[in-house]
Design a protein around this ligand. Structure first.
Ligand SMILES: Cc1ncc(COP(=O)(O)O)c(C=O)c1O
Length: 455
């Protein structure tokens, strides 16, 4: 069938292991440091926040890590996710390139986030935890953890960045439908939230601040642990089922990518699609060009410093070495709430530093233009975050047209935008602003990076 559109795997093909790229990297990651002593931390330092099984995965260098059967059982609700060949988009672009996209919007929450929410809930339940606290930017992660909490009978408390809370009331309703509690951040419920509100009563919030609130809640209660939707090694690990499935599906199509494109907030959907292919390259397989796409208003990979920094605004988390805009940096309000994080996953940052990938930054209106073209050809309406990947893939396809090359482009369509219609309405009304971050704010945030670290 030369004109196949969807490449589907049956449920038996859900991967049995997650792929850990730490096993194949030419140099190890810099260790996380204790925020007080600035010395490398051990598993016990993380124990108040995470169950031991996840801490073990965080530091593991084993290549293949078994997916517990109860997690695979839940994955069956929507996995394996389809791989599409974007034939109609290719035609509209008049490109000789072949464009494939892995569609993660088929999950219950509408994105890749349940891929890690489910195992995180599972391991917490196994460890006897009763409650999980977390943050959410776009609302996709909060909905995913709420869904996973419902399945594993855990209470879930979600601090939602104020600007998204106001923009997306239906995301909050979805979290409540799954039984979670959703609180706008900054809130009056934590020290971090109260301090921010005192300084700025109309604070629109940020992911870094919402993380501080959720970490504070977890650190204070024995029955509560914290869950993070991106950035950490174990989160990226859980997402590698995306790339593993895509690899099997491309094999069905008789293809292999020349270029892989993913959008980057904290780096998890990007890592999910990229790492299995990059691992193959590192083990002597075919070279793949890897392109991360981030918002110009919050450009951690393209404008940040590769340095030790806090994961949150309130400086409660360990220091990790990553591309960062500074933990006090508050990006301007734009519609891809999931990409408004000041840092990048240490693993993605490390790979960038090793020269194994490239990064680009785009303004939001160009990304929405690409998303609308995608919706009008392929039918799926992407999440504002995913529009960055769509734009990146379209630009690669246009380059192929200009260079007369028939390359194979693979991108991760990490979520749908059905709860993001206000953003699309603003785009159609010409109200979207292409905000740039403030240079002076960035310089100030970077000047505040912690010093005296081991790096
Ligand atoms: C649809 C979607 N894509 C991407 C992201 C960014 O996160 P990550 O870089 O971890 O994939 C988010 C985060 O909320 C999201 O909701």
């Amino acid at each position: 069938m030369s004109d196949t559109v969807k490449y589907l795997l049956d449920e038996t093909r859900i991967p049995k292991t997650w792929y850990n790229i730490a096993a194949d990297l030419p140099a190890p990651l810099a260790p996380p440091l204790h925020p007080g002593t600035k010395q490398p931390i051990g598993p016990d330092d993380l124990a108040p926040l995470f169950p031991m099984a996840l801490i073990g995965q965080e530091v593991s260098t084993e290549r293949d890590i078994e997916i517990p059967e109860p997690v695979r059982e839940v994955y069956r609700q929507w996995r394996p996710a389809p791989l599409f060949r974007a034939r109609r988009l290719e035609k509209a672009l008049n490109t000789p390139a072949k464009i494939y996209y892995k569609y993660e919007g088929v999950s219950p929450a509408g994105s890749h986030k349940p891929n890690t929410a489910v195992p995180q809930a599972f391991y917490n339940k196994e460890a006897g935890v009763k409650r999980l606290s977390t943050e959410t930017g776009a609302g996709q992660w909060g909905s995913s953890l709420a869904f996973a909490g419902a399945l594993f009978d855990l209470e879930v408390e979600v601090f939602m960045v104020r600007v998204s809370y106001d923009q997306k009331p239906y995301r909050r309703a979805l979290m409540e439908t799954y039984g979670a509690r959703c609180i706008p951040s900054p809130s009056g419920e934590t020290n971090a939230g109260r301090t921010a509100l005192e300084a700025k009563p109309d604070h629109m919030g940020s992911l870094g601040l919402a993380i501080s609130e959720a970490v504070e809640v977890a650190a204070q209660r024995d029955d509560t642990k914290y869950a993070l939707g991106s950035v950490l090694n174990h989160v990226l690990l859980h997402q590698t089922i995306v790339g593993q499935e895509a690899m099997a599906q491309l094999e069905m199509a008789g293809d292999y990518p020349d270029v892989i494109v993913g959008c980057t907030g904290g780096g998890s959907n990007f890592a999910g699609i990229v790492f299995p292919f990059l691992g193959e390259q590192l083990r002597g397989g075919k070279n793949v060009r890897i392109v991360a796409v981030e918002p110009a208003a919050c450009p951690s990979l393209t404008r940040g410093q590769f340095a030790y920094d806090f994961g949150d605004t309130g400086h409660l988390t360990p220091l990790v070495k990553m591309h960062t805009l500074g933990s006090t940096f508050i990006p301007p309000g734009f519609h891809a709430g999931g990409l408004r994080y000041h840092g990048m996953a240490p693993m993605v940052s490390h790979i960038m530093d090793l020269g194994l990938m490239e990064a680009k930054a785009y303004h939001q209106s160009k990304c929405f233009e690409a998303g609308v073209q995608f919706a009008r050809t392929e039918g799926i309406l992407p999440a504002p975050e995913a529009n960055h990947a769509v734009k990146g893939a379209i630009d690669e396809a246009i380059r192929c047209r200009e260079e007369g090359k028939s390359e194979t482009i693979l991108f991760n369509l990490c979520g749908h935008g059905h709860f993001d219609m206000q953003a699309y309405m603003d785009y159609f009304a010409g109200k979207l602003q292409d905000l740039d971050y403030d240079e002076a704010d960035l310089a100030m945030a970077l000047a505040g990076l912690p010093t005296e670290t081991a790096a």
